[in-house]
Ligand binder design. Structure first.
Ligand SMILES: [Fe+2]
Ligand SMILES: [Fe+2]
Length: 195
């Protein structure tokens, strides 16, 4: 199993855009929250690293997204379970076929990837610029507004909730809480990163 430091260095080797680093950190922090929420606290670090690396190849190899990551991680001899989990967030979405999310960790990753983007965009519209005071009702409005953050696929989010066997509202609410749990950490990390 690779360490968080190893994963962080690898992420930075393949990603130079602050936006992508911030997304990786957001999904990392949210995965950590869900690992605890769902009773996988003993694997928190593993869930977090999957989140951190899930888009490893996207910046440099967008056309081979998820496939290139598998190639890179395989060549480094990384744990197969981690490789599978990273790839499974592209299930039905990437050019090449990717494994279907089976484990709760994989289902959560699939469900929150686009959703954290939507919540992040919605938080920027708030006077506070924060998720701390964001309520479910206001997120639901943004979710329904098709013109808002068009790039964040509502279908993928709904599909993720279905995979988990959750009502959409539960997924939205829990992901707000997940992002609250790591917001200040990420603001700090991005300050360090940008300096
Ligand atoms: Fe992705
Ligand atoms: Fe992503």
């Amino acid at each position: 199993m690779i360490t968080r430091d190893y994963a962080w260095n690898l992420l930075n080797e393949y990603n130079k855009e602050p936006f992508h680093i911030q997304h990786a950190l957001t999904v990392e922090g949210s995965m950590k929250y869900f690992s605890k929420k769902l009773g996988y606290e003993y694997e928190s670090e593993f869930w977090s690293i999957v989140g951190l690396l899930h888009d490893l190849d996207y910046e440099m190899h967008p056309d081979q997204h998820c496939s290139k990551s598998q190639e890179i991680l395989n060549s480094l001899g990384v744990n197969k379970r981690l490789i599978r989990a990273v790839a499974s967030h592209g299930y039905g979405l990437c050019l090449n076929e990717q494994p279907k999310p089976e484990h709760n960790m994989e289902k959560i990753l699939f469900a929150i990837d686009e959703l954290t983007g939507l919540i992040g965009a919605a938080s920027k519209m708030r006077p506070s610029k924060s998720v701390m005071d964001m309520e479910l009702s206001s997120l639901k409005k943004k979710f329904k507004d098709k013109k808002f953050a068009k790039g964040c696929s509502r279908d993928v989010i709904k599909q993720g909730a279905e995979m988990l066997g959750w009502e959409l509202d539960k997924l939205l609410k829990e992901t707000i809480l997940a992002m609250r749990s790591c917001e200040s950490y990420i603001i700090n990390e991005m300050k360090i990163y940008n300096n």
